[in-house]
Structure formats: C-alpha cells, structure tokens
Write a protein that binds this ligand. Structure first.
Ligand SMILES: [Zn+2]
Length: 462
C-alpha cells in the first residue's frame, strides 16, 4: 500500500471534485441561460439593424463552457470513457506478482485465473524490473477485466476476461526493425573487457563465448593483440531499442588461426566451411521412446479447464520418476514451481534455443548450472495441473515455441549440399561487412568509452 495506490486514490478524489465543479458550472449556465439569451437577443436588436440568425441554446452553452474553461483554474475534463479504472504498475526489483496483486487489492482468485491463462506462456513467472503491468478494473464492480504485461516496445501480452469468467491471452508482437552493426577490437587483457569496450553487452559476449565453447577457451587461450569482429543486429520499434539482439557473424583471429561463426537461415551457426558449431540437440528429452499423449498445438481444448488454449509443447506419457534429460548443452535459467505448470526447468542452449520441462516430481539441477546434452536434470512427475504422470516438453527457437517433434534443430553437422551456395553468399556478405573501413563503426561506440586512449578499430583494415 504505497505511494502508487494512494496516488490513484487521490487521483480518483481529484476527478470526483472536478466532476462536481463541472456540474456546478452546468447548473449556473442553465440558470443564466434565459437571462443571457434575452441579453443577446436584445443586444443584437439594439446594435445591428438586420436580424441575426437565432442563437441556439447549444451554441450558447458551448460558448459559455469555453469561458468557464478559460477562467477556471483547471480545465474541465474531457468526457471520460465509460468509467473503467486503468492504472499501470512498473515492476521494480524484489516485486512479486502476489505482492502486486495484494497492493492493487485484486483477489488471489483472480491472480490464479490469470496464471492459468499464462500456463502456456509462463511470461508472468519471471518479473523483470522495468517491465510494466497495466490493470483495467470495471468502473462499477471494480473487478479486473484486463491486464497487460509490457515486456518491451515490441512485445505486450494482454490477458482479457472471457465470457466464461476465465482469462484469455493475446501476445502482441511488433517485429520492428533489425539494425545491423559491426563491433570489433583487439584483445587487451581479456576478451570480456575488450568486447564490452567495443560495445557488446555482457549477454552478447556470453553468447559468443558459448558459440565457440568447443573450440576456444577464451580465458586461457586469448592473447593480447588477438582480434575479433562481430556483426550484430538489434531490434528497434519506433526507434526504441527493445533489448533484443542477435549475433549474425563472428570472426576471431587468434594467433595465426581464424575462428568464425555465421548465422544461417536455418537458425544455426556454421563456421567458414559450413560446419556446424553447436553440438546437435537431442530430439527427445528421455532415453528410449515414450508415447505422445498430447501433441503441440496452437489451439487445443485443455483437458482440465475445457478452454481452447495453445499447447506449446508435447506431452510424453511416462511413469513418475522417469529420468528427464537435457536435450542440449546449456545453462539452467529457471527452476520454478508454478500452480499449473508444476515444478519445471528452463534451459538456454546458446542464443537461439530454450527448452522447458514441466510437471516434474524432482529437480536435480540448480539455476545457473551448466548442463550437457543428455545430462539427467530431473525426474518426471505429475505436479501442477495435470491429468496424469507425464512430461510436458517445450522447445523455443528465437523466443517462439515450436513443435519439438518436427522443428528444424541442429541435428546435422554441416550445411546441407543443396544450401551450399546460399550459405556461401551469406558468409561473403557478412565478411564484406566485417572488412569495411572502421569509420562508421565508431559511431556505435558508447560515448563513455570514446575517451579511451587505445584505438580498438585500428586493426580492422586488412
Ligand atoms: Zn502439456
């Protein structure tokens, strides 16, 4: 119960006061109307010989309202839309969804209804400082009729009260524009620091280190004077950076060797010769085979709620306690318990792929832990909203859930023969960009670094 809530209460009082003032004005105007009409009529007849068109009462009121607006200390509020109460709450560090709902005096029940709608997204399970929640309460009943999560300018999720009393959700994605730039430099002390000085975010640097994990030991093997070139794309919506970026190509010059990674149209990274950099992902998160009890679907009738909702994963029927395996090398990004998804794990595999494992009975990894392809990460179960023991498995590519059974994932170890020419052209384009004069690159350097003495771009010209 803090500043924000009391601000809204005050705001409501202020509006009520304004409304009262407005009504008072109307009463006054209504009272003055006959007098003013007579006065105008008299005046026009007294000073102007010809007959003016009669002044209608509506003209009259409008004129007078204008005067009221000008003379009053505050403007008369424009006609308010039918009474809904809308307010936004920006998420701060330490916030929880439960806390925010309590603060906004929205019942726990309603929160669970929203979480139920969010089961196929799990977007509300991790609140990030800076994201914002906008609540819409019915003006009369004060019931929550809608909530919007603003993730970034290119992504909003709207939860709307449905006829059956539950909530539906809609993801609003604005693709925006991806701006490509080149960031490069010499290694001085560490790749991490040098990359940051060149303008790469820690996350981007981490992704690059991850890309070459089977090839370069960055901490041990990089020497001062080694070089790097990175072509990066960043997403902008209406000129505003959304926080999303992508590494399109990297070259690392280590001693006499060149290591490269190029993002191809299939979403995978290959070296200069078209050999896959990432180790293949497993198709299935368990050994042997399991029966698919529910397929991936964009619109499925939920077996428990009966509502039509997306099923963003595939369900494998298996007895509780069956070992669950990570389908790829990666880092555990979530270990959570959700009222409907149950105990679940999320793993990030490089910059493109994320997998999720739901309804687990036991979790065997910690958040932040590095795991390997095929590593046992949990035991399957029946936690959360589930009709029987099974594993719900999801695969996300570039932030979007895809059918894990049919998605093109890095299974092959090289660019397929029929795509060779296309890949070659893609590499040529990226390399040409890396080798262009450094002039325009400097524009992208963060201002606070521009005073540094070393010139990280001096080595770009080949
Ligand atoms: Zn499922």
């Amino acid at each position: 119960m803090n500043a924000i809530w009391s601000f809204y209460r005050e705001e409501r009082l202020r509006k009520r006061r304004k409304r009262r003032r407005f009504l008072l004005c109307l009463v006054l105007i209504a009272g003055l109307l006959p007098w003013a009409a007579w006065k105008t009529f008299h005046a026009s007849h007294a000073f102007v010989p010809q007959v003016d068109p009669p002044v209608t009462s509506s003209d009259f009121t409008a004129t007078h309202t204008d005067e009221v607006e000008k003379s009053g200390s505050e403007a008369v509020p424009p006609a308010e839309p039918e009474g809904d109460h809308v307010f936004t709450r920006t998420i701060a560090a330490g916030d929880t969804l439960t806390g925010i709902f309590e603060e906004c005096e929205i019942s726990r029940n309603v929160m669970y209804q929203i979480l139920s709608a969010d089961e196929s997204l799990l977007a509300l399970d991790v609140l990030h400082p800076g994201h914002a929640l906008t609540f819409t309460l019915d003006g009369e009943t004060s019931e929550l009729i809608g909530m919007e999560l603003l993730v970034h300018p290119g992504k909003r999720i709207q939860y709307t009260r449905a006829d059956d009393g539950g909530f539906d959700y809609e993801e609003i994605i604005i693709p925006g524009e991806w701006d490509q730039d080149l960031l490069d430099g010499d290694i001085a002390n560490s790749f991490y620091v040098s990359a940051r000085n060149a303008g790469l975010s820690d996350q981007e640097t981490g992704n690059i280190i991850e890309l070459f994990r089977d090839h370069i030991q960055f901490a041990r093997e990089m020497r001062n004077g080694d070089r790097f070139q990175v072509v990066r794309s960043r997403q902008f919506v209406d000129g505003e950076f959304t926080g999303r970026s992508r590494i399109d190509g990297v070259r690392i010059f280590r001693g006499k060797r060149v290591y490269s990674a190029f993002l191809f149209e299939d979403g995978n990274y290959y070296d200069h010769d078209g050999k896959s950099l990432a180790r293949a992902l497993r198709r299935y998160p368990m050994t042997g085979s399991s029966r698919v009890t529910s397929h991936f679907s964009r619109a499925r009738r939920h077996p428990v709620t009966g509502r039509i909702t997306p099923h963003h994963g595939v369900d494998f029927g298996m007895p509780t306690g069956t070992p669950v395996l990570s389908t790829g090398d990666g880092v555990v990004t979530r270990v959570h318990t959700h009222p409907f998804a149950g105990k679940y794990i999320e793993i990030r595999h490089g910059s493109q792929y994320v997998t999720r494992y739901l309804h687990l009975s036991r979790i065997l990894v910690r958040r932040g832990q590095k795991v390997e392809r095929g590593e046992r990460i949990a035991l399957s179960g029946n936690t959360g909203r589930s009709t029987g023991p099974h594993l719900h498995f999801e695969l996300h590519v570039n932030g979007r859930p895809v059918n894990p059974l049919t998605a093109k994932i890095p299974m092959a170890s090289a660019v397929p023969d029929e795509k060779r020419d296309v890949f070659k052209r893609c590499v040529e384009e990226l390399v040409a960009m890396m080798e262009q004069p450094s002039k325009r690159i400097a524009l992208h350097r963060p201002e606070d670094l521009s005073g540094e003495s070393s010139h990280p771009f001096s080595t770009v010209r080949n």
